[in-house]
Design a protein around this ligand. Structure first.
Ligand SMILES: Nc1ncnc2c1ncn2[C@@H]1O[C@H](COP(=O)(O)OP(=O)(O)OP(=O)(O)O)[C@@H](O)[C@H]1O
Ligand SMILES: [Mg+2]
Ligand SMILES: [Zn+2]
Length: 508
């Protein structure tokens, strides 16, 4: 007898429809899985057998062949367990084929017959054609997010069988949870002084420009960076779905209400491996931190402490907005468009930018500089130095401008960029700079002067123009860029970052 059951398998952030075919025939008892299963998927035999026996079914003492079609798709993980068990029950005539018609099945089985969630439910559901889907109870909310099909969440194989046999009614669709008010993000009002750091943060949020904060310990770099999410607009429907799919595939906990609506803020520790950061892994092909930060912020605190090869792995995704991971099993592409914010001290002791303050040997400084490649540092449109807040700033009673006020300006500036047909100013293509960021007479002079003095390179020129566009947009100036706009943009591209990193590529 043959049993056929639709299911789906996850590769990267994409679900692929899989048909599970189980054939039971005469011959010595055996269990074979074919159709590109990975090790975890092949081990389904052990889990399915124990789960069937724990659920009051019998294990056929025959030759069992499981084919996972199409064979071109690599089947990773244990998410096909339930579908294999159901197809096996049909093939061994313990379930009538009509009972499973029009239904797809997702989930991993425990040895006790419990039904367990698998990562990527949202992506898997998307790949299914069936009008009804049976999923683990814990995944039902996520499975119902896309709508358009009936979703039944159940806790065990026995419960699924009871419903299939008509002994129990199918559970009703999970209720839509209205998300709780998210906890308030940290507010800029807490940051005293720091006019330059605050302004750079505003420009980064408004134009999507990557930002490097440089300064001595305790200057408030981490404090500033953690306030960036509070300045960004909520995600559009498309972006929310994209980020939610990535979080689902990465096995991250989704917010109540399902969709990730707020821009994610990911701050991986500097000990993170390149697989954790960029994604992959030989077996699972999970998205990494930079993909989890997609449509939001990736914050690399203590940038110089990250391993060099880990940082170099960031360069390609920063350029292309997607990271391609090639493994023996498959090659997958993870979306990775994020706003990069990094913080670092200018040297190992931290006081390098303060006259007479540095305690480091030349060797120690050189080693520190070598950690960061020029090409990576060059990706930062904004490089600013923050100094320790003054006593007056810290002890004063004036509250600083709150995030809400800054955010209002950011949203207006972003709306201006969108009217021009570019997502953010950081994404203005080089060939449209003359049209979208035209230079007034004075502006051209300031840039020419900076180029002549060697402060600015050709590549830096484009970046400065994009930042100047954002500076102008924040002030509500939509005409040609003025000398003042360009001078402000140049001042946000500090040479100190260059001298601290010692990289010539950095001279703006
Ligand atoms: N401008 C400021 N206004 C108010 N508090 C501040 C400010 N700067 C620093 N602080 C206080 O100092 C603490 C340390 O700041 P933070 O961790 O942001 O420094 P940092 O620049 O990241 O230092 P490090 O280089 O050691 O990581 C903050 O938690 C805050 O309490
Ligand atoms: Mg810090
Ligand atoms: Zn030093």
């Amino acid at each position: 007898m043959l049993g056929l059951v639709p299911s789906a398998s996850l590769l990267g952030v994409d679900g692929h429809a899989v048909t599970v075919e189980v054939h039971v025939s005469g011959g010595l008892p055996s269990f074979t899985v074919v159709g590109s299963p990975d090790a975890a998927c092949r081990e389904a035999s052990g889990r399915v057998r124990a789960a069937l026996l724990s659920s009051g079914c019998t294990w056929p003492m025959h030759r069992v062949t499981v084919n996972l079609a199409p064979p071109t798709v690599r089947k990773i993980g244990s998410g096909l367990d339930l579908a294999i068990a159901i197809a096996l029950l049909v093939a061994s005539e313990q379930l009538p084929p009509e009972a499973v018609e029009g239904r797809a099945f997702l989930g991993e089985l425990g040895l006790d017959g419990s039904l367990r969630p698998v990562p990527g439910t949202l992506c898997l559901i998307d790949a299914l054609g069936a009008s009804a889907v049976v999923v683990p109870a814990a995944s039902a909310g996520e499975a119902a997010l896309l709508g358009g099909r009936s979703v039944h969440g159940l806790g065990s194989l026995a419960a699924v069988l009871a419903c299939l046999k008509g002994e129990e009614p199918w559970p009703s669709a999970p209720e839509r949870v209205t998300p709780d008010e998210p906890p308030p993000a940290p507010d800029l009002a807490d940051v005293r002084g720091q006019p330059v750091g605050r302004y750079a943060l505003e420009v980064a949020a408004a134009g999507g420009h990557h930002l490097l904060l440089l300064g001595p310990p305790g200057a408030g770099k981490t404090m500033l960076a953690s306030r960036l999410p509070g300045l960004l607009p909520p995600l559009s429907d498309r972006a929310a779905l994209e980020t939610t799919r990535i979080h689902s595939a990465a096995g991250l906990i989704l917010p109540a209400g399902g969709l990730v609506r707020r821009p994610p803020f990911r701050a991986p520790h500097h000990g993170a491996s390149s697989v954790a950061l960029v994604g992959g892994g030989s077996a699972t092909m999970r998205p990494g931190e930079i993909s989890a930060a997609c449509n939001g912020v990736l914050f690399l605190d203590e940038l110089a402490e990250f391993a060099t090869h880990v940082l170099d792995a960031l360069r390609q995704p920063l350029e292309e907005g997607v990271v391609r991971v090639a493994r023996a099993a498959a090659t997958v592409a993870f979306p990775a468009r994020f706003l990069l914010v990094a913080a670092m001290n200018p040297c190992p002791c931290g006081y390098g930018s303060q006259p007479g303050g540095c305690l480091c040997s030349d060797g120690a400084r050189a080693r520190y500089r070598r950690r960061l490649s020029g090409p990576l540092l060059d990706r930062f449109d904004l490089r600013v130095e923050v100094t320790r807040p003054s006593v007056t700033d810290l002890m004063g009673h004036d509250r600083s401008e709150p995030s809400a006020a800054v955010r209002a300006r950011v949203l207006e500036a972003r709306a201006r960029a969108q009217q021009r047909g570019v997502g953010t100013n950081a994404a203005i293509p080089v060939d449209r700079l003359d049209e979208l960021a035209p230079l007034g007479a004075g502006a051209a002079d300031v840039l020419a002067q900076a180029l002549r003095s060697g402060r600015l390179s050709a590549r830096g020129l484009h970046r400065v123009r994009r930042v100047a566009r954002t500076v102008a947009d924040l002030q509500g100036d939509t005409e040609a860029l003025t000398a003042a706009h360009v001078a402000t943009a140049l001042s946000l591209r500090s040479d100190a970052a260059g001298s601290a990193s010692g990289s010539r590529a950095l001279s703006a």
